[in-house]
Design a protein around this ligand. Structure first.
Ligand SMILES: NC(=O)c1ccc[n+]([C@@H]2O[C@H](COP(=O)([O-])OP(=O)(O)OC[C@H]3O[C@@H](n4cnc5c(N)ncnc54)[C@H](OP(=O)(O)O)[C@@H]3O)[C@@H](O)[C@H]2O)c1
Length: 106
């Protein structure tokens, strides 16, 4: 695995599923992670788990449909960790369409 020690990584949709698993894996490998989502009680619990296993993590409520909220989320990461190396834009939708519709998503 690439060395991610002390990389600052902000993750949206981190209160469950892929975002939660990614946050835990990255923290286990030495990254400093900021977890965001709407359900802060879930984020708080996950951050506690990361701290308990020796990782570095913070959380902040974010609704990715609100541009100002997203700006504040990234600003929070900069305040806490001095910079942001990676943003994992995980919260969102997965557009589906039949293959024979030949849709392209940009
Ligand atoms: N699971 C799969 O097989 C798969 C495959 C390909 C792609 N994906 C995509 O990967 C992403 C994560 O999937 P998942 O399976 O891990 O889903 P999930 O378990 O349902 O998690 C979705 C996460 O997004 C957060 N979220 C939803 N709306 C939000 C909003 N408006 N603002 C901020 N956070 C929001 C949810 O937290 P809150 O409700 O607390 O805000 C939750 O933490 C999705 O975009 C999905 O379409 C999933």
């Amino acid at each position: 695995m690439v060395n991610i020690e002390n990389k600052v990584i902000a993750i949206t949709g981190a209160s469950s599923g892929i975002g939660e698993a990614t946050a835990k894996l990255l923290a286990r490998n030495g990254a400093k992670v900021l977890l965001g989502a709407r359900r802060t009680e879930k984020l708080e619990k996950i951050v506690e788990e990361i701290h308990a296993s020796g990782g570095t993590a913070e959380f902040k409520a974010v609704d990715v449909t609100d541009r100002e909220d997203v700006k504040a989320f990234i600003g929070f990461a900069k305040d806490k960790f001095d910079r942001v190396d990676v943003i994992f834009n995980n919260a969102g939708v997965m557009p589906l369409s039949p293959m024979n519709a030949l849709k392209e998503w940009h």
